[in-house]
Design a protein around this ligand. Structure first.
Ligand code: 6MZ
Length: 369
């Protein structure tokens, strides 16, 4: 167990180590300061009442229901092309500042006829955000496109190493969407593979929507070789959890409300789990950190990866998630390092990226001793 006096040193250590983030929702990862600024602008235009919105943004403890109300508000503040570009840039900068060396950023492509936004133009605005980052090198194109599209080398002219982050995109299907809209998202993901899109996510309010609605689009993604990750068991729903496990997605997120039979199925399937500790506790999907299923999965050596989910909404960071896991399980530096490194095996990017990530971790390991 990490004592209070040690926690600052441990936090510095977590910050300094290379990390991989595989479950981060773009609109859940926005800085509070940016949300407040955007709310101020809409307040001045009379579109919202700033005072009403301010305390909603700054509130810390939210139920799952309140979280999804907040997302509706965030979407009002962020859904125009320039803002989508801005938040993407900031979110990537924030992950890189924490030594995240690879992030899979997921977002729901949105359509808004009144401002001429299509799912495709929304995603183009996201990609503009990746291109707009200039303080670090952002490598987001598939490895075989890398040279042609010239992601700057990590070494700049004066010989100093610039920080580099790999970014890949997952397109989310929102559980409010129809089969046709879900299919459109998968189609778009396939068309944007050359632009760093590597997979599909199913997310959104877990009490809304039926698995059967999304199944045709998810099956199509699978047939096309596009990896899929599913929000699975965020609320109790045994039939859905079993159908999701039977689908054999490449990864699942959360896995909170499982019964014995589902745990057995998950463990024998070896499907990697994206663990979001703070999110699960804040939304009360799990009652306490000590009873979090992470403990059992870790001890069973089940494939897992620590993630933030919504760093902005839950006021957390990937380093904090590592610290939380370490203090819960009494993990040492070597074990935390191994936990972070193992995530390489679960990324959706190609082998060239995986090999580069392995090199990054090998060189970090040399400094560990
Ligand atoms: C399920 C979640 C989520 O896509 O607009 N999202 N879905 N469970 C969660 N746990 C708390 N956190 C976020 O990012 C926000 C969207 O991501 C999904 C919701 O659909 C939310 O509207 P984007 O960038």
């Amino acid at each position: 167990m990490i004592r209070e006096s040690e926690s600052w040193r441990e936090m510095d250590w977590c910050l300094s180590q290379p990390k991989i983030e595989l479950h981060a929702h773009l609109n859940g990862s926005i800085r509070d300061s940016t949300l407040l600024e955007l709310a101020g602008v809409l307040g001045e235009k009379g579109i919202i009442v700033f005072k009403d919105v301010e305390h909603v943004i700054l509130k810390n403890n939210r139920s799952l229901k309140e979280v999804f109300k907040l997302f509706d508000l965030i979407h009002i503040l962020t859904t125009d092309h320039a803002t989508v570009t801005r938040i993407t840039k900031e979110v990537v900068e924030d992950f890189a500042a924490e030594n995240v060396v690879y992030v899979e950023l997921r977002t729901t492509p949105k359509r808004s006829e009144s401002i001429g936004m299509s799912k495709r133009s929304y995603m183009e605005a996201v990609i503009d955000g990746l291109r707009a980052v200039n303080t670090i090198d952002v490598a987001f194109l598939p490895s075989d496109m890398g040279l042609k599209n010239s992601v700057r080398s990590p070494l700049i002219d004066n010989g100093t190493t610039r920080r580099k982050i790999y970014v890949r995109l997952l397109l989310s299907i929102d559980r409010r969407e129809s089969t046709a809209a879900a299919m459109e998202t998968v189609q778009l993901a396939l068309e944007m593979r050359d632009l760093g899109v590597v997979g599909i996510d199913l997310s959104g309010n877990p009490v809304i929507g039926e698995w059967e609605t999304f199944l045709p689009a998810l099956t199509f993604a699978k047939e096309q070789g596009l990896p899929v990750t599913l929000h699975c068991g965020e609320v109790p729903n045994r039939t859905e959890v079993q159908s999701m496990l039977d689908f054999l997605p490449q990864r699942i997120g959360h896995a909170c409300c499982f019964e014995e039979e589902e745990w057995a199925k998950l463990k024998s399937s070896r499907i990697p789990v994206e663990i979001c500790l703070t999110s699960n506790i804040r939304t009360e999907s799990v009652s306490s950190i000590n009873s979090h299923h992470f403990v059992d999965l870790y001890n069973a050596e089940h494939p897992l990866v620590l993630c933030t989910d919504d760093a902005g909404v839950f006021s957390t960071s990937i380093s904090r998630e590592y610290l939380l896991a370490a203090s819960t399980l009494g993990l040492g530096e070597r074990e935390m390092f191994t936990l972070a490194r193992n995530a390489i095996n679960f990324v959706f990017a190609d082998d060239v990226v995986k090999n580069d990530l392995r090199k990054i971790f090998v060189s970090a390991a040399e400094k560990l001793e």
